[in-house]
Ligand binder design. Structure first.
Ligand SMILES: Nc1ncnc2c1ncn2[C@@H]1O[C@H](COP(=O)(O)OP(=O)(O)OP(=O)(O)O)[C@@H](O)[C@H]1O
Length: 241
């Protein structure tokens, strides 16, 4: 079954159009990159997917459940890492996770088990009592991923999750999310404006000025030109990042 399906999605901020007739799908176990220059509409799309904004045009389905008519079931399957960190810096790693588990109505015993499991996976178990403020950017991102996975979503959305990280932390985060795809058959939608975060075997959707400029496997999308950078520049009119 398709993990995420967008059909003719549109959105405007007043008179300013931000998304127009955007249609593409994300499959389970696949790393799908959503690439676009600044202002292309990536964050707007994430805001629609998480229901920060109401969907007025088109349809979005998460594992077959409509965000419009069945939002609770659709959102249950979703884990999200936003562009701006939403961790409480003055709470410990564990307290941040516990708070999220409570919001999801998780019983304490289940929450404890999941928190242990995710912190272990992120190699953060020893730091669980530390305040988030004491962690570096890469570790904070890992806490956010641990938190996004607590309720075991089948679809993980990451909005420019690597912004602000040094190159080594960026690579580590990118590889880590790919492992989640493989090990858990999780579907991932990774938004970015950086070409070096995309691999030839990834699924790729390119947004340009609110429209879907290309969609397919990254190697196929890039095959139309000398490389993906040239395709990106041709389709978006922006220099390759
Ligand atoms: N709150 C808002 N009010 C009005 N226009 C907005 C608002 N947020 C975004 N826009 C406009 O909508 C378009 C899409 O913006 P969006 O932030 O979704 O793009 P993006 O691809 O996420 O860019 P970035 O990488 O800079 O975050 C842009 O033209 C932007 O100026």
């Amino acid at each position: 079954m398709t993990a995420l399906e967008l059909v003719d999605v549109g959105f405007s901020y007043g008179a300013r159009g931000a998304l127009k007739e955007v249609s593409f799908s994300v499959m389970p176990g696949r790393f799908t990159a959503l690439l676009g220059p600044n202002g292309a509409g990536k964050s707007t799309l994430i805001a629609l997917l998480t229901r920060l904004y109401d969907l007025h045009q088109g349809e979005i389905r998460v594992f077959g459940r409509s965000l419009r008519s069945d939002p609770r079931q659709a959102l249950r399957q979703l884990g999200v890492v936003f562009q701006q960190s939403t961790l409480d810096l003055d709470l410990s790693v564990e307290q941040n996770l516990r708070y999220h588990a409570a919001l999801h109505g998780m019983a304490r015993r289940l929450a404890n088990a999941r928190i242990d499991e995710e912190l272990e996976r992120q190699q953060l178990a020893e730091r669980r009592k530390e305040k988030v403020r004491a962690l570096n950017g890469g570790h904070r991102r890992r806490v956010e991923i641990a938190r996004a996975l607590l309720h075991q979503p089948r679809l993980l959305l990451l909005d420019e999750a690597s912004v602000g990280l040094d190159p080594a932390s960026r690579d580590a985060l990118n590889s880590h999310v790919r492992t989640l795809c493989e090990e858990r058959e999780m579907a991932v939608l990774w938004t970015t404006h950086l070409l070096d975060e995309i691999r030839a075997e990834d699924d790729l959707a390119i947004l340009s000025r609110g429209r879907l400029a290309a969609h397919g496997q990254a190697c196929e999308v890039g095959a139309a030109d000398a490389d993906l950078a040239s395709t990106f520049a041709r389709l978006t009119g922006s220099p390759s990042p």
